[in-house]
Design a protein around this ligand. Structure first.
Ligand code: CAA
Length: 259
C-alpha cells in the first residue's frame, strides 16, 4: 500500500488497519493527516480484497482533536471560505465498508468526532473521550453536537459539550458511546478479530446491514422499517443468502463468494 507521512496502513487478511501516526502532536488532525486519511479510505473502499477497516491511533492518543496550531490564526472568513471542517473529515462516515475505531488514550474534540464517525468504537480501558472545544473558545465542529447527542442523548451530550469534561472508557460504555471495552494490550487484536469476523460474512449482506442501521439516524421509524424490509428482500437475490441458508441446513460452514 502507499506510503503516508502521518498514517501507517497494514493488511491483516481481509482487514486494513489504518494507524494515525503523528506522535509528536498526539495525532492532532492537521490538514495533511485528514487528507491522507481520505486517500487511504478511498483505497480501502476500492480494494475488493478488503472487507472491513480498523482505524486506530497510539497507546497515548487516538487523536487529541483538530490541530489547534493550524486553527489558531484562522479568521471567520478563512474557515467559512474553505468550509473548515472540510469534506476530508467526513470520509470515515461515508465509507460503505464497515470501519471500526479502536481507541486507546485520548479521543478529544475532533478525535472523538472521528471515532464517532466510524461504525462502532472499541475502547481500550485507557480510553478517554471528551469534547473540550468549549475550553478554547469554540464548539465542536465535526459532529460533536450531533453524533454524540444521537449516541448518548441530550443530557450527557450537554454535560460533555458544555463543560468539556473528559469521560473514561467505563463511563463511555455505560452511556452507549462505545461498543466494548478491552484491555489496552489487546486492543488491536480484538478490533482486528471483530473486523475479520465481519469481513468473513457475505459482503452484500454486511453492506446492507450497515446501510440499514445508518438509516435509523436519518429517517422516521416507518421509513426506516420500509427501507430495512426492501434491503431484507434484496438480500434474497444474493449468493450469500443461497449459500448461507444451504450451509445451515447442511450443518456445514458457509463459503461466501461476497456476491
Ligand atoms: N492540536 C495541536 N497540537 C496538539 C493538540 C492539538 N489538538 N493536542 C496536543 N498537541 C500537542 C501539544 O501542543 C504538545 O506539543 P509540543 O510538545 O510541541 O508542545 C504535544 O501535542 C503533547 O501534548 P501535551 O504536552 O499537551 O500532552 P499532555 O499529556 O500534557 O496533555 C492532552 C494531553 C490533555 C490531550 C492535551 O494535549 C490537550 O488538552 N490537547 C488539546 C485537546 C483539545 O482541546 N482538543 C480539541 C481541539 S479543537 C477541535 O477538535 C475542533 C473540532 O471539533 C474539530
Amino acid at each position: 500500500m502507499s506510503t503516508y507521512n502521518f498514517l501507517i496502513v497494514e493488511r491483516r487478511g481481509p482487514v486494513a488497519v489504518i494507524t494515525l501516526n503523528r506522535p509528536k502532536a498526539l495525532n492532532a488532525l492537521c490538514n495533511e493527516l485528514t487528507e491522507e486519511l481520505t486517500a487511504a479510505l478511498d483505497v480501502t473502499e476500492a480494494d475488493d480484497s478488503i472487507g472491513a477497516v480498523v482505524l486506530t491511533g497510539s497507546a497515548k492518543a487516538f487523536a487529541a482533536g483538530a490541530d489547534i496550531k493550524e486553527m489558531q490564526p484562522k479568521s471567520f472568513t478563512d474557515v467559512y471560505l474553505e468550509d473548515f471542517i472540510t469534506a476530508s473529515w467526513e470520509r470515515a462516515s461515508t465509507t460503505r465498508k464497515p470501519i471500526i475505531a479502536a481507541v486507546a488514550g485520548y479521543a478529544l474534540g475532533g478525535g472523538a468526532e472521528l471515532a464517532m464517525s466510524c461504525d462502532m468504537i472499541i475502547a481500550a480501558d485507557t480510553a478517554k473521550f471528551g469534547q473540550p472545544e468549549i475550553t478554547i473558545g469554540i464548539l465542536p465542529g465535526a459532529g460533536g453536537t450531533q453524533r454524540l447527542t444521537r449516541a448518548v442523548g441530550k443530557s450527557k451530550a450537554m454535560d460533555m459539550v458544555l463543560t468539556g469534561r473528559t469521560i473514561d472508557a467505563e463511563e463511555a460504555e455505560k452511556i452507549g458511546l462505545v461498543a466494548r471495552i478491552v484491555s489496552a494490550d489487546d486492543l488491536i487484536e480484538e478490533a482486528v478479530a471483530i473486523a475479520q469476523k465481519i469481513a468473513g460474512f457475505s459482503r452484500p449482506s454486511v453492506l446492507m446491514a450497515k446501510e440499514a442501521v445508518n438509516s435509523a439516524f436519518e429517517t422516521t421509524l416507518a421509513e426506516g422499517m420500509r427501507f430495512e424490509r426492501r434491503l431484507f428482500h434484496a438480500a434474497f437475490a444474493t449468493d450469500g443468502q443461497t449459500e448461507g441458508m444451504a450451509a445451515f441446513l447442511d450443518k456445514r460452514k458457509p463459503t461466501f463468494n461476497h456476491r
